[in-house]
Ligand binder design. Structure first.
Ligand code: AMP
Ligand code: MG
Length: 417
C-alpha cells in the first residue's frame, strides 16, 4: 500500500462513509405533513400511515380451478357418476350443495356450503347418455383446490406499514382491500443545479461545434432522473456559471421554496469552486472529504430552511455519491423505514491486486455463472462503467480481491429504485 500523501492544510481530513452518512441522516428530519393520493398514482411513494384491512381476502372460501365442487366423503370410488345440481360462475354464489350431487364451479366462485373439495374439470368426464351427470375420475383430498377465506389477508391486519415504499405489488394489495386513496409522505421539493463554465447542454451546441474545453452536462440528466425515481418534485435550475454572484442568486431563489438544494461540481477547494463561500455567506456549510472512491468531496449545509448538498463534479463520483448518501437522505425525509439496500455476498471473477486506502465502489456486472466481472476502467469520469455495470462491489479500504473471493455486491436494481 502507498503511504498516505501529505494533505494540504486547507483540506479537511478524510472521514469514513459510515460517519458521513450518520451525520447526514441526523440532519434529515422527516418532512412535516402528508397527503392523500390516488392508489393509481402512489407507486414509489412512502406510506405515512399504515394500511389496515377492513375485510378478509378472499372474502369466502372459493375455487382455485374450473371444475366441480364435491363432498369428498361421497367420492371413495374412482369413476363414480354424480348429478350436477347447480352451476356457480365467478361473481355469483350458489346454494348449499345437495347431498349426492356436485356443483359445476369456476375459478374464483364461492364454494357452496357442504362442499369440501374441488375436482378440476380435467379430472372429470361427461357420462355418455346421461345428460347433466359427470364422472369423477380422481378421488379428491378434503380441501383440494379451495382457496381459504382470509388466507391472503385477515380482517384487521396491517397489510402495509408506515414507512414502507410502495411498489406495484403493494398498490395491488391495497386495492384488494378496497383502498382507492393512500396517505403518503409529501414529495421532497428539490432544486437542482450544475456548476461549471465548461458545461454545455446537449442540443444547444452540436458535437462538431463544441469549443475546446467544453463538455456536455451529463450530471444534470442522471441527477434529475434519480431524484424523480425517489419521489421528488424537481426544479431544474440548469447550469450556474462559476461566479460568486451567479451562485448566490441561484442559491437564494432556490432556498425559498425547496426542501433541498442539490448541486454538482464546484465543491473542491480550487479558486473556481464557488459553492463553499456562497453557501457560507447565506447559511452554513461543511465540506467533507469522504474516504470513498470514486467520490471524496461532498458538502452539506443549510441555506435558510433548505438543506444543501453539494456533490462532486466527476460524473461517476456524482452518481455514486448520490446513491450512497443522497438516496438515503431523501428516503429519510420521506419517513421511509428502509434507507439502505442489503449487500449480496457474491464471488469475484477477477483479481484486484491494488488495495486503496479509501473504501471503493467497483463497477461490476454479474456474468452467466453468477460471478462478478469488473469493468476495465474504474476512473471517476467514465460513465460507461455505470451503464455497463449492474451494480458495485462495496470494497473495504485496504482490501485486495482475488478471483474466487466473496465480495459484497450492491445491485443497481435496488440502488436506483
Ligand atoms: P469540479 O468538481 O467542478 O471540479 O468538476 C470535476 C470534474 O467533473 C471536471 O472535469 C468537470 O468538468 C466535471 N463535471 C463537473 N460537472 C459536470 C457535469 N454536470 N457534467 C459532466 N461533467 C461535469
Ligand atoms: Mg467545476
Amino acid at each position: 500500500m502507498k503511504p498516505p500523501t501529505a494533505v494540504p492544510a486547507t483540506r479537511p481530513p478524510l472521514r469514513s462513509l459510515d460517519d458521513a452518512l450518520a451525520e447526514l441522516l441526523a440532519h434529515a428530519a422527516a418532512l412535516p405533513g402528508s397527503e392523500s393520493v390516488c392508489t393509481f398514482d402512489a407507486d414509489g411513494r412512502v406510506l405515512a400511515v399504515g394500511v389496515v384491512s377492513a375485510l378478509q381476502v378472499p372474502p369466502e372460501d372459493n375455487s382455485a380451478m374450473d371444475g366441480y365442487a364435491v363432498r369428498s366423503t361421497e367420492l371413495s370410488d374412482e369413476g363414480v357418476a354424480l348429478r350436477v345440481s347447480q352451476r356457480i360462475p365467478a361473481g355469483s354464489s350458489g346454494g348449499a350443495l345437495e347431498p349426492g350431487t356436485v356443483a359445476r364451479i369456476f375459478t374464483g366462485a364461492p364454494v357452496p356450503a357442504g362442499a369440501d373439495a374441488v375436482v378440476m374439470q380435467e379430472d372429470c368426464e361427461p357420462v355418455a347418455g346421461r345428460e347433466g351427470f359427470v364422472r369423477v375420475l380422481q378421488i379428491p383430498k378434503p380441501g383440494q383446490w379451495i382457496r381459504r377465506a382470509g388466507e391472503d389477508v385477515t380482517r384487521g391486519a396491517t397489510v402495509l406499514s408506515k414507512g414502507e415504499r410502495l411498489t406495484p405489488a403493494a398498490l395491488g394489495l391495497a386495492a384488494s382491500i378496497g383502498m382507492d386513496q393512500l396517505q403518503v409522505a409529501k414529495k421532497p421539493r428539490v432544486a437542482l443545479f450544475s456548476t461549471g463554465d465548461e458545461l454545455v447542454m446537449p442540443g444547444e451546441v452540436p458535437p462538431e461545434q463544441m469549443r475546446p474545453g467544453a463538455i456536455y452536462n451529463s450530471n444534470r440528466f442522471f441527477l434529475r432522473a434519480l431524484l424523480l425515481r425517489l419521489g421528488c418534485e424537481v426544479t431544474d435550475l440548469g447550469i450556474v456559471p462559476d461566479r460568486r454572484d451567479a451562485t448566490l442568486v441561484a442559491l437564494r431563489s432556490a432556498a425559498a421554496a425547496h426542501d433541498l438544494i442539490l448541486t454538482s461540481g464546484g465543491v473542491s477547494v480550487g479558486e473556481e469552486d464557488h459553492i463553499k463561500p456562497a453557501v457560507q455567506q447565506l447559511g452554513s456549510l461543511d465540506l467533507w472529504q469522504i474516504a470513498i472512491k470514486p467520490g471524496k468531496p461532498f458538502a452539506y449545509g443549510k441555506v435558510g430552511a433548505a438543506h444543501f448538498i453539494g456533490l462532486p463534479g466527476n460524473p461517476v463520483s456524482s452518481f455514486l455519491t448520490f446513491l450512497v448518501l443522497v438516496r438515503p437522505f431523501l428516503l429519510k425525509l420521506q419517513g421511509a423505514s428502509e434507507l439502505l439496500p442489503a449487500a449480496l455476498p457474491l464471488v469475484a471473477d477477477f483479481d484486484w491486486p491494488r488495495a486503496d486506502r479509501r473504501r471503493e465502489f467497483l463497477r461490476v456486472r454479474r456474468n452467466a455463472t453468477g460471478g462478478l466481472e469488473l469493468f476495465h476502467n474504474q476512473s471517476s469520469g467514465v460513465l460507461t462503467s455505470v451503464v455497463w455495470g449492474d451494480g458495485v462491489i462495496d470494497n473495504p479500504a485496504g482490501q485486495t480481491i482475488s478471483r474466487g473471493d466473496t465480495v459484497q455486491f450492491l445491485p443497481f436494481s435496488e440502488l436506483l429504485s
